[in-house]
Ligand binder design. Structure first.
Ligand code: SF4
Length: 323
């Protein structure tokens, strides 16, 4: 498989300017993250709210400029390019947002919304060609041509997310960041949208970085899963391996919290204790140590390295009984 994206030591730090956080401090939202993504692959990012998943996706797309590190796409480091030079790459780098209503301008028709990227990149020489491109993407995504002269408020959440997907696909991208794309949808509609996303990926071979806090969703759509805690990757593995053999205590706790429909099913719960520490002032050593039942002195003194523990299974933990 061809490598499509390489992220090396990516870090995004924000300067705190007041509010309930101390002014003048730094908030590290993404901390030294590295990974590779292959053509046609889906890498899922999971973790609690505020762990840096969305910031990582936006930093890769250069929607927010990373503080340091590299994002290599087609061998070019996007972090070194200014907005004007990044623009040609944006055809291949798309994003699907969580709230399909907020991401569609309510004053534009569906035709205008889906066609906006074609106009922005001047990819249609005539009105006929513009319409042809829209009709093609609509048939791929399952949008009726009757929808095209209507407005976003006339559609349900699932239909609006189809429109957002059509807009992302019309430029034939190679890489799509999906930021909680189904979490705002009814459960009954989620599987339809997830199936659509999977089918489209099988057809067009693009790669997803799929951000979600829902482990059942990532288990369905992902190939590999990366677990994030306070801006860092703490575990990364093939999804079957991760669900079968979670190594990091944080991953173990997340997996044990997945609800099971069978009320007679008994299992040992591995509850997380305490609150997520402030990212402005994270714990020394292992950032997870304040909530980890295995924490020892070394965890306070030394930061665990993110290392390969078994084949393509990475984790960051000092303790042998965890890793
Ligand atoms: Fe827990 Fe220590 Fe492992 Fe961190 S390094 S997860 S505190 S055992």
């Amino acid at each position: 498989m061809k490598k499509i994206l390489e992220v090396k030591n990516l870090t995004k730090t924000f300067q705190v300017n007041g509010g309930f956080l101390k002014k003048g401090k730094n908030l590290t939202a993404v901390d030294n993250v590295s990974f590779e993504l292959m053509e046609g692959e889906t890498l899922c990012l999971v973790g609690e709210s505020g762990c840096g998943k969305s910031t990582l996706g936006r930093s890769i797309l250069q929607i927010i400029k990373p503080t340091s590190g590299e994002v290599l796409f087609d061998g070019v480091d996007l972090c070194k390019l200014d907005e004007k030079k990044v623009r040609p790459y944006r055809k291949n780098l798309q994003m699907i947002f969580q709230d399909p209503y907020a991401s569609l301008n309510p004053r534009m028709t569906i035709r205008e919304l889906i066609g906006a990227p074609v106009r922005a990149f001047k990819l249609a020489a005539s009105a006929e060609e513009f319409d042809k491109k829209i009709r093609e993407v609509c048939s791929v995504v399952g949008i009726s041509e009757d929808w095209l002269d209507k407005y976003p408020h006339e559609f349900s959440g699932g239909q609006r997310q189809r429109i957002v997907i059509a807009r992302a696909l019309i430029l034939n991208p190679k890489f799509i960041v999906c930021d909680e794309p189904v979490s705002a949808l009814d459960v009954s509609i989620r599987s339809q949208v997830l199936n659509l996303m999977k089918d489209l990926q099988a057809q067009f071979r693009f790669s997803y970085l799929f951000v979600s806090h829902d482990l059942s969703v990532v288990n369905y759509i992902g190939d590999r899963i990366a677990v994030m805690y306070l801006g860092e990757f703490v575990e990364l593995a093939d999804k079957r391996e991760l669900f079968r053999n979670p190594l990091h205590p944080y991953t173990q706790a997340l997996l044990s919290a997945i609800p099971v429909a069978d009320v007679t099913y008994k299992r040992e719960r591995n509850y997380l204790e305490g609150e997520v520490p402030s990212p402005v002032d994270p714990p020394s050593g292992c950032k997870f140590r304040t909530r980890c039942k295995y924490a020892a002195d070394i965890c306070r003194q030394q930061k665990p390295q993110f290392v390969m523990v078994s084949e393509e299974h990475y984790a960051a933990c000092h303790m042998q009984h965890c890793v």
